[in-house]
Design a protein around this ligand. Structure first.
Ligand code: ZN
Length: 408
């Protein structure tokens, strides 16, 4: 059946949602459970109900719009929370494209053989307690201690944030009990990188989603007087970090092409003009789309760190903060999306997602796939985040077609 989405209505939805949580710097600040997010949730609920879908919400605040059927569920969605001062398309494009697709199916009264559900997952951005709170809760993959004692990225105990909502630690931990049996999950998302625009291709079919390791690390040396301690007698923790960061980046760039390594934050102690740094704390993040690669990077990079530490008379310490596993998208979804692109006459290419997405978490329950549309200039997590409406229309039409095939 050849039905298409209504891009004007989808554009209008995105613009309306994009005004909720609009901040003074022209971006959108709508972290989960903030007043702006609670307003956005009410707005989304209304849009879901107006579309003729059956609204439900689970104990983690994940919101759903369902077209009921006794068989397994085909799900499509993303998230509507944002990073502070983020953009209006990251996540929202996926939720509202899925809503538009379901709305068209309702309007055309297309008979489906499976249930269809639109999903919006809580706190994909990890402002509360680690990334993917909502989809991890949905999957029953949350660590109870993390939820009970976690601190938000704004420094507030998560338990205090919850008090301002209808949710509790217990309701979050029980959210997965409401999960329907899933057949497949699809997520449309902006690419958040420059590849599709560079290639001049409107659709990216995600083949792999990178996994990542977050580590909090430190080199520990000895503080000393910066005027009286000769250079050759120092145990300078900063130099250890600098040496390590260069060598580790070089190693990944040459031995694991396509993988990433980043030192995103560093703090020197005691941190003064005239004192040799006795300790350098830093975050270390590495990503890869291949599980073996991720394990190899960890092994090799930590060997490098030990090597640097022993050469410079330092100690290297590290602890795990978070890890996600790389996901390979099921061939049946890749084939389906490619076939539908061909029949719609849209150019497409396979692409690896360097960023994590709810689709990666859902892959633990069913075949899970993603459709990327170009991010002009590769800009994301910023007020400058944009889409070309033409591309969004293509992406949403592809999503609609794929959902129709999956649920037929
Ligand atoms: Zn996102």
């Amino acid at each position: 059946m050849d039905i298409r989405i209504d891009i004007d209505r989808l554009k209008n939805d995105l613009e309306e949602l994009g005004r909720i949580g609009r901040d003074a710097h022209g971006g959108v600040s709508r972290p989960s459970f903030s007043p702006a997010d609670l307003e956005a949730r009410r707005w989304l609920r209304k849009r879901i109900e107006d579309a003729g879908l059956c609204y439900r919400q689970d104990g983690a605040g994940n919101q759903f719009g369902r077209l009921e059927c006794a068989a397994k569920t085909v799900m499509a969605g993303s998230h509507i929370d944002t990073v502070p001062n983020g953009g209006m398309f990251d996540g929202a494009a996926g939720v509202l494209a899925a809503l538009e697709a379901a709305r068209r199916i309702v309007e055309e009264k297309v008979p489906l053989a499976k249930a269809l559900e639109v999903a919006s997952f809580t706190d994909e951005e990890g402002n509360l307690v680690g990334d993917f709170l909502g989809s991890r809760a949905f999957m029953g993959r949350l660590d109870e201690n993390e939820v009970r004692t976690g601190k938000t990225s704004f420094g507030m105990p998560f338990a205090d944030v919850l008090k301002k909502t209808e949710f509790t630690v217990a309701s979050i931990l029980a959210a997965h009990k409401d999960r329907p049996e899933l057949d497949a999950y699809l997520e449309l998302h902006i690419e958040q990188g420059p590849v599709l625009e560079d290639e001049g291709v409107p659709i990216g079919i995600v083949e792999k989603i990178s996994g990542k390791h977050y580590r909090q690390c430190a080199f520990v040396g000895e503080s000393g007087h910066a005027g009286t301690t000769p250079l050759e007698l120092r145990h300078d923790a900063f130099l250890g970090l600098a040496d390590f960061a260069l060598k580790a980046t070089q190693h990944v760039a040459t031995k694991h092409y396509g993988s990433m390594l980043t030192v995103g934050r560093a703090a020197l102690h005691p941190g003064s003009f005239s004192v040799i740094p006795g300790r350098a704390d830093f975050t270390l993040e590495f990503r890869s789309a291949a599980p073996d690669d991720l394990a190899a990077i960890e092994r090799e990079v930590f060997a490098l760190a030990e090597d640097v530490a022993s050469t410079r008379g330092l100690k290297f310490v590290s602890r795990v903060v978070d890890t996600t596993t790389p996901v390979a998208v099921a061939p049946r979804l890749l084939d389906l999306l490619e076939e539908e692109c061909r029949s719609l006459g849209y150019g497409s290419m396979r692409i690896t997602s360097g960023a994590g997405h709810d689709a990666q978490i859902l892959a633990g329950a069913c075949d899970s796939g993603m459709i990327f549309i170009p991010s002009p200039d590769g800009v994301s997590h910023s007020p400058g985040e944009r889409v070309n409406w033409d591309d969004l229309e293509k992406g949403a039409n592809l999503l609609l077609r794929a959902l129709l095939k999956l649920a037929a």
